[in-house]
Design a protein around this ligand. Structure first.
Ligand code: NDP
Length: 471
């Protein structure tokens, strides 16, 4: 495929191969953008932003609504593209495509709701006779940098709100998975987005990222990806608005009054979906001693039953990891834990980029499988003596994206919601659950700002305060 730069589909002599992670066959190629492409893209986006500002909210609603309809008509192709380039099973690819339609539809609705407020200036000393109000204006040029693991929906979570708010947007998709984003851009153009208002630069983040993030004409960067790249972008960006959706090692607390069948069923899903490559995957399960053995008995057979293989085959329940190197890293971390005294209760072997879903017991919280972001198909069980110890362990991390507790006690649930340092809290389900309309984002080093179209639109607009004197 070509990339969309300054209103034209363009190619470059240097290419990036997009591979099927299952067998490394080349699905397609995309151009490798250069820093001079970034210069052209930003200049075009400045013009695109002027065109977007002239559209009314109603017009932006219609464009995005049409995009959602076109996506619905092409849902099967989008789902297959996601699955092919990312490696998630076809059912998950189709589900992501359907969520992406929802995200664009929600964004369309938000285009109609960009209001300000009247300020009660007569409540201020010297405010008599004044009339004040706020208006929301677009940021202008938004750069959207996205990770590989949700190659369509996470692009929609940035592009939908950016356009709804009246901005121009430059997308920099992950180099492993640019095809879904390019197909979305085709749809947006067909729906009537002004051609300079949406662009998609395919290229290596380490080669073009700094040029994109440093440019003073860019007012807003919305990034989803790893903590370290997020930190680098924040340092490079200078005075700009940033949204950072970063990593996690999400904890789940299991109290001794929990429904253990439900814990096991939920963990077998939320720990292994997309081969564990979900930012809110269940990674650490902190179990009260009294029910530890029963939970192992309920959970281990469910993990062993997850069938791995070609992500496009209907019988496959878990596909490959994105790259063989990541699969090797996951195995290294598992081996390290076992050498340190953890018990391997299921899986833990590898063939190429396919990792057998792993369950580790008696994990020391200092082991890497527990204290770092694993981003792979393994869950670490750790014994705890009390809710105090479990909450302390849940919080003993630099991350804070999603956390969960299983309990029948309202007191424990509310205490956990109050004390757990996490942007998303789940009670009686695992950490991996999201409705696209809800505010979603992390505390601590999991990030800054919220996504979910209603909230992202706020972050992609700026507030002006207007005071009329002597009225
Ligand atoms: P990376 O941080 O490696 O890459 C994310 C994006 O950043 C890619 O487009 C990448 O480009 C780009 N990039 C790399 N270097 C730079 C740079 N110097 N400047 C600008 N952009 C750059 O993450 P992954 O794609 O591996 O995704 C996995 C991570 O994303 C995990 O940590 C996961 O937790 C997190 N994530 C967070 C979510 C959340 O909502 N909080 C949701 C999903 C994932 P290229 O591909 O070309 O290197």
């Amino acid at each position: 495929m070509k990339m969309l730069l300054a209103g034209s589909w363009v190619d470059r002599p240097e290419k990036i191969d997009v591979q099927n992670p299952f067998d490394q066959s080349v699905v397609d190629t995309v151009p490798r953008a250069t820093p001079s492409d970034v210069e052209a893209a930003v200049a075009a986006a400045v013009e695109g932003a002027k065109q977007m500002r002239r559209l009314t909210g109603h017009e932006r609603y219609h464009i995005l609504h049409k995009a959602a309809e076109l996506m619905r008509a092409r849902q099967a192709d989008l789902g297959r593209t996601i699955s092919l380039e990312e490696g998630k099973i076809i059912g998950e690819g189709n589900f992501e495509a359907s969520r992406s339609i929802e995200t664009i539809e929600l964004s369309a609705e938000e285009a109609k709701r960009l209001g300000g407020e009247v300020l009660p200036l007569d409540g201020a000393p010297g405010g008599a006779g004044k009339f004040g109000f706020t208006i929301r204006v677009p940021c202008s040029v938004v750069v959207a940098i996205t990770p590989f693991n949700f190659p369509l929906n996470l692009v929609c979570h940035k592009v939908g709100p950016a356009l709804a708010a009246g901005n121009a947007v430059i997308i920099k998709p992950a180099s492993d998975t640019p095809l879904s984003a390019l197909k979305l851009v085709e749809i947006l153009l067909e729906s009537g987005v002004p051609p300079l208002a949406v662009q998609c630069l395919t290229g290596s983040g380490s080669q073009i990222g700094d040029a994109l993030c440093r440019d003073p004409r860019v007012r807003k960067i919305t990034f989803t990806g790893s903590r370290d790249v997020g930190e680098h972008i924040c340092k490079t960006a200078g005075i700009k608005r940033v949204t950072m959706e970063l990593g996690s090692n999400s904890p789940v607390i299991v109290m001794d009054d929990a429904d253990l069948e439900k814990v096991a069923a939920s963990t077998a899903v939320t720990g292994y979906t997309n081969a564990g490559q979900v930012c809110i995957s269940t990674q650490r399960v902190l179990v009260l001693d009294r029910v530890y053995g029963d939970l192992v008995d309920a959970l281990a057979p469910k993990v062993r039953a997850i069938r791995t293989g070609d992500q496009l085959k209907p019988e496959t329940k878990m596909g490959p990891m994105i790259r063989e190197n990541d699969a090797k890293r996951v195995l290294d971390w598992i081996d390290e834990a076992v050498r340190g005294g953890a018990k391997l209760l299921a899986g833990g072997s590898r063939k190429g980029s396919l990792v057998e879903p792993a369950l580790l017991g008696d994990v020391n919280p200092r082991m890497r499988v527990s204290c770092d972001e694993l981003f792979g198909p393994a869950v670490a069980l750790t014994r705890c003596k009390s809710i105090d110890e479990a909450i302390a362990l849940a919080n003993d991390t630099r991350y804070g994206l999603s956390a969960a507790i299983f309990t029948r006690s309202l007191n424990n649930a509310i205490r956990f919601a109050r004390e757990c340092e996490s942007g998303n809290i789940h009670i009686n389900w695992g950490t991996q659950w999201r409705a696209d309309l809800m505010p979603y984002g992390g505390l601590k080093e999991s990030g800054l700002g919220k996504e979910g179209p209603k909230y992202a639109v706020q972050e992609m607009t700026e507030l002006k305060t207007v005071v009329m004197h002597d009225v």
